[in-house]
Design a protein around this ligand. Structure first.
Ligand SMILES: Cc1cc2nc3c(=O)[nH]c(=O)nc-3n(C[C@H](O)[C@H](O)[C@H](O)COP(=O)(O)O)c2cc1C
Length: 383
């Protein structure tokens, strides 16, 4: 079985991400979630502690480096840099789809484009990555998963769902038939946690309850708001005139799905989901949005496109330095906003949601439509 049967080369995804407009420019639903600052806050930036743990591993910051790449020798440098970056700040990270590892010998340079991340981050949390579509289509999926996990000595694996991209790529001839039984068998067989990740379309409570009940260890619930996988994998296959004729009216599905904030509220505002670890990404671009997501119940916040941009744009600094400057600014923003709310920890932030938060507009309608309680009746625990 060949990687090209499943997804376009990672290089193409990367090129499309850098050349095409693959970002959502619609309403930012984080703006509907208003936290009232504390004008008498006794907290200063230096008091704030963001350290956390994730599946038993201590992390310095609750930030997750979203899966980006691997599978081309030209991309080895990116994963090398990402490994060193995650090690430097002791943050968790994902890796690009590892389908390209299959059928290769250990010495193949393609394998190195992934394993370099572990070399550079020997003790960190790294999650392996394969698609749900792969699980459905592979006959030897258990062996294949074990192989990709072993290549990066992964602490867990993310199986990602990208339903819209799958449908567009396969010209409407694809569905996740038989996925749940295969996933259940995988969970029962391998000895590391299995996470389900959604790319660009979001997960709702109904989805995650079904998956949690079969033993999934946590979720990465990326929804609409940031990078569109559908646009990423289709725009670079179009001619210029096709692209020029693109309008939201002609491509109504480009941003089809549930916004990230709505997914988070749908899951985190229900007490039965209190035990479920949540990584949240998809359109989070600054410290204020990150703080709001923590307050709503995110355990780790994932960033992908912003990291890619810092790595590939040259602002006159070496590229590693761009990334570090971006990260340090992000952490400073998060801490500044937390200080202004009077929260020393993420637990403090969550307790403020009860007394200092108002929800507006369509997000309020989502809360009402989904019969969620706001302010929440409980404070979500951190994981
Ligand atoms: C160039 C590029 C390649 C990606 N490749 C993968 C991948 O191989 N596996 C995966 O699970 N997610 C992949 N993603 C999705 C990201 O990890 C993330 O979930 C998504 O981009 C939403 O986050 P963002 O809005 O911060 O970019 C990729 C994203 C980009 C921009």
């Amino acid at each position: 079985m060949k990687a090209e049967d499943f997804l376009p080369f990672q290089m193409n995804s990367l090129e499309a991400a850098l050349k095409e407009d693959i970002q959502y420019h619609g309403r930012d639903y984080f703006k509907d979630f208003y936290m009232i600052p504390n004008s008498l806050s006794p907290v200063s930036v230096k008091d704030i502690d963001l350290s956390c743990s994730f599946h038993g591993k201590k992390l310095q910051y609750p930030i997750f480096v979203g899966s980006l790449t691997g599978g081309e020798t030209g991309l080895t440098k990116i994963n090398e840099t990402l490994g060193s970056f995650a090690k430097k700040y002791n943050i968790a990270q994902g890796i690009g789809d590892q389908i390209h590892c299959l059928g290769k010998t250990v010495k193949d340079p393609i394998i190195k484009s992934y394993s370099i991340m572990r070399e550079k981050n020997p003790d960190g949390v790294i999650l392996a990555n394969l698609s749900a579509k792969f699980l459905v289509q592979s006959e030897n999926y258990i062996e294949d998963v074990k192989k990709v996990v072993d290549i990066i000595k992964a602490n867990g694996i993310e199986i990602y769902l990208s339903p819209l991209r799958d449908v567009l790529w396969d010209k409407n001839d694809f569905g996740l038939v038989g996925f749940i039984p295969k996933l259940k068998k995988l969970i029962e067989t391998i000895d590391i946690p299995v996470f389900i990740k959604s790319i660009s379309s979001g997960l709702c409570n109904n989805d995650i309850r079904q998956l949690w009940d079969i033993g999934v260890s946590g979720f990465n619930i990326g929804g609409v708001g940031g990078t569109s996988f559908a646009r990423m994998d289709t725009l670079n296959r179009l001619t210029l005139s096709q692209k020029q004729s693109i309008s939201p009216v002609k491509r109504p599905l480009d941003f089809f799905g549930t916004p990230t904030v709505w997914s988070l509220l749908d899951i985190a505002l229900r007490s039965e989901n209190n035990e479920i670890p949540l990584i949240v990404g998809g359109g989070i671009r600054n410290g204020l949005q990150a703080v709001k997501a923590f307050a709503m119940g995110a355990d780790l916040i994932s960033f992908a496109y912003p990291i890619l941009i810092e790595l590939t744009e040259d602002f006159g600094y070496p590229k590693e330095k761009n990334l570090e400057r971006w990260f340090e600014r992000l952490i400073f923003q998060i801490k500044t906003v937390m200080a202004l709310f009077g929260a020393k920890t993420i637990e403090d932030l969550r307790s403020l949601v009860k007394s200092r938060t108002v929800i507006f507009g369509r997000t309020k309608e989502w809360i009402d439509g989904r019969k969620l309680a706001f302010p929440p009746k409980f404070i979500r625990k951190t994981h």
